[in-house]
Design a binder for this molecule. Structure first.
Ligand SMILES: Nc1ncnc2c1ncn2[C@@H]1O[C@H](COP(=O)(O)OP(=O)(O)OP(=O)(O)O)[C@@H](O)[C@H]1O
Length: 249
């Protein structure tokens, strides 16, 4: 039997008194497009950081593509494409050079120009990244995540800083990667786009996974109508955070 792309059991993270993630049990199947949602401060980036070995858990276990993310980091990262929450480009290096560096690290053979064309940066291949706008940086980071045809893409807020063309591009890239057979796990506040591309969503609230399922599952579970959106589901499950001022920071 194939292992899930992502599996966690009791995964928890505390920062001093702050409980950032509380006993997360989650399974994401191979080939799934999974949206990870929640108000500001819910624990989404914390979860992603744990899965990518950018942080260590206080308790619990996880497997990523069948690897232990903390003890088999190199093997794991070679098969994962990562778009981090914030990516600082090297100002003096061109877009092409950024992709070559990732390609070398992953021992992949991708053509940097083809990847840059795919994210709409064909005209900026040899431009230093220090001259890039925020949206161009985000496109470059997306191209970097695609190097080596990863089995799993982990995208933290992939729509950040993008114009409507960029948003549509990310949506198309996610769909194309899923079509290729990759698993896509991403966090986002752009719920309209989430609704279009995700097979299932998980909603995190105050560090706890409050629900998970397809939009149809969640609509019927919450007794919302057939035309309820992901936004309606989100608001229903996290309403108290809006009242307390959380989620609107
Ligand atoms: N390095 C850290 N040190 C202390 N507290 C942290 C740290 N990282 C996150 N936290 C806290 O953990 C909680 C979860 O934060 P996290 O960044 O995971 O939320 P998020 O769901 O990604 O939010 P957003 O939508 O705003 O990006 C918050 O209360 C945050 O203040």
């Amino acid at each position: 039997m194939t292992t899930p792309a992502i599996e966690t059991e009791g995964l928890s993270k505390r920062y001093g008194e702050t409980v950032a993630l509380e006993r997360l049990d989650l399974s994401v199947s191979r080939g799934e497009v999974f949206g990870f949602l929640g108000p500001n401060g819910a624990g989404k980036s914390t979860t992603i950081n744990l899965l990518l070995n950018y942080a260590k858990p206080t308790e619990g276990t996880a497997s990523v593509l069948g690897y232990d993310p903390w003890n088999e980091v190199v093997e794991c990262h070679r098969r994962v494409g990562i778009l981090p929450d914030r990516y600082d480009t090297y100002d003096g290096l061109s877009a092409r050079r950024h992709l070559q560096l990732v390609r070398d690290t992953k021992r992949a053979t991708d053509d940097p120009e083809a990847l840059l064309e795919r994210v709409g940066l064909a005209d900026a291949v040899d431009q230093p990244a220090g001259e890039f706008s925020q949206g161009m940086e985000q496109r470059l980071a997306l191209a970097m995540s695609l190097v080596g045809e990863p089995d799993l893409l982990v995208l933290d807020e992939p729509f950040t800083g993008l114009d409507p063309h960029g948003v549509a591009l990310v949506r198309d890239v996610v769909a194309a990667e899923a079509e290729r057979g990759a698993t896509v796990f991403f966090s986002s506040h752009v719920l309209g786009q989430v609704q279009v591309v995700c097979d299932r969503v998980g909603i995190l609230h105050r560090g706890r996974l409050v629900d998970v399922g397809s939009l149809a599952d969640l609509r019927s579970k919450l007794d919302l109508g057939d035309d309820a959106t992901v936004e309606d589901v989100f608001v229903d499950l996290t309403a108290d955070s809006v009242r307390s001022g959380e989620g609107v920071r």
